[in-house]
Design a protein around this ligand. Structure first.
Ligand SMILES: Nc1ncnc2c1ncn2[C@@H]1O[C@H](COP(=O)(O)OP(=O)(O)O)[C@@H](O)[C@H]1O
Ligand SMILES: [Mg+2]
Length: 325
């Protein structure tokens, strides 16, 4: 199966700021691909170039087989977009929003009506057909935006932070719609700063940080790449504990951070732990706490970027985004 999105050596600058720095990746036909990264990582810039909203400055980008710098109309005919910031006209009803979008894309009248009915059913907004969008909840508006992005039956649907700021229950429902749309054959390219969203939804993930893709793979591959298990220990001498862990062959990525010591083992952790406990007690260190767990997407992110995402991002709009608009 050929790749439906091909990005090679792609960079984008805003004046002297390099927002995207020489990234290369591809998305396979039919998959859900997530670009996971903190605020300011370059996700929206990437999506904006891939969807022809920003001109390509450097590198090669092909979407659905078309070059984004040479064949913009063909790219646009092949895609649907849901923006990070809501762009609904608040005085239009649900039905009118879809109808207006259909006209904009010259979908024939009879086809338009059928498609609107079909899509309102998919996102469960049929009953809200005649309600103005300003009276809908945030989750309903997001669903309407997804439906609108699908009006043109795109081969690829681009979703920029599809569940930003929504409550956990609504986020799960949005994930269900995204999966449903994907199962019907639409390739999904989404950006997110939510670890759980990327983990639960994606076939493959690219982690982006400071404009660079630091690692790429399936959620399983990424987690496995760290090792088998993560061991956490708290002792009366964490520095010496860290040094002792370093003498065990199967243990690596030892971090004495905050409270306790974290390390990754390539062995089955339940087999490794007795050795660890034995080693530290032989050295006269006393143990205050111990834990063993499988690597999560948070651990993957910390491992490849050197920090946790919540240190620098919130669900709110970033100050520089506010200034721009
Ligand atoms: N129109 C713009 N003008 C100047 N700087 C911008 C513009 N758009 C984005 N940036 C900057 O580029 C970087 C990447 O932004 P963006 O792609 O929006 O990141 P993300 O979507 O991952 O939060 C940030 O430092 C941001 O401030
Ligand atoms: Mg963004």
């Amino acid at each position: 199966m050929p790749d439906i999105i091909e990005v090679g050596g792609f960079s984008h600058r805003f004046g002297s700021l390099t927002a995207v720095d020489t990234i290369t990746f591809s998305v396979r036909d039919g998959e859900i691909f997530s670009l996971l990264g903190p605020n300011g990582a370059g996700k929206s810039t990437t999506i904006n170039v891939l969807t022809t909203l920003l001109p390509l400055q450097k590198g090669a980008v092909r979407v659905a087989g078309y070059d984004v710098s040479r064949d913009q109309p063909a790219v646009r005919r092949s895609i649907g977009i849901v923006f990070q910031n809501e762009v609904l006209d608040r005085d239009l009803t649900v039905w009118e929003s879809l109808e207006f979008h259909g006209r904009l894309y010259s979908i024939p009248r009879n086809e338009r009506a059928a498609r609107i009915e079909e899509l309102m059913a998919v996102v469960e907004l049929t009953e809200k057909s005649d309600i103005r969008t300003k009276y809908l909840s945030g989750g309903m508006r997001r669903r309407l935006e997804i439906a609108r992005g699908l009006m043109t039956r795109p081969r690829v649907l681009f979703l920029d932070e599809p569940t930003i700021g929504l409550d956990p229950q609504t986020r799960r429902r949005i994930w269900d719609y995204i999966r449903r749309v994907n199962e019907e054959g639409t390739t999904i390219f989404l950006t997110t700063h939510y670890m759980d969203e990327a983990d639960h939804l994606s076939d493959r993930i690219g982690i982006i940080d400071h404009g660079r893709i630091v690692v790429e793979g399936t959620p399983e591959e990424l987690k496995k790449s760290l090792g088998n298990d993560i061991v956490w220990l708290d002792t009366d001498d964490n520095d010496q504990t860290a040094a002792l862990l370093g003498t065990i062959g199967s243990v690596h990525s030892i971090r004495a951070a905050g409270e306790g010591v974290t390390a990754v083992t390539n062995e089955d952790g339940t087999r490794c732990l007795p050795n660890v406990i034995d080693l530290i007690s032989r050295n006269g260190i006393s143990l205050a706490g111990i834990n063993l767990k499988k690597p999560t997407m948070d651990d993957v992110f910390i491992h490849y970027t050197g920090r946790a995402i919540r240190e620098e991002s919130t669900d709110k709009v970033h100050p520089h985004q506010r200034r721009r608009r």
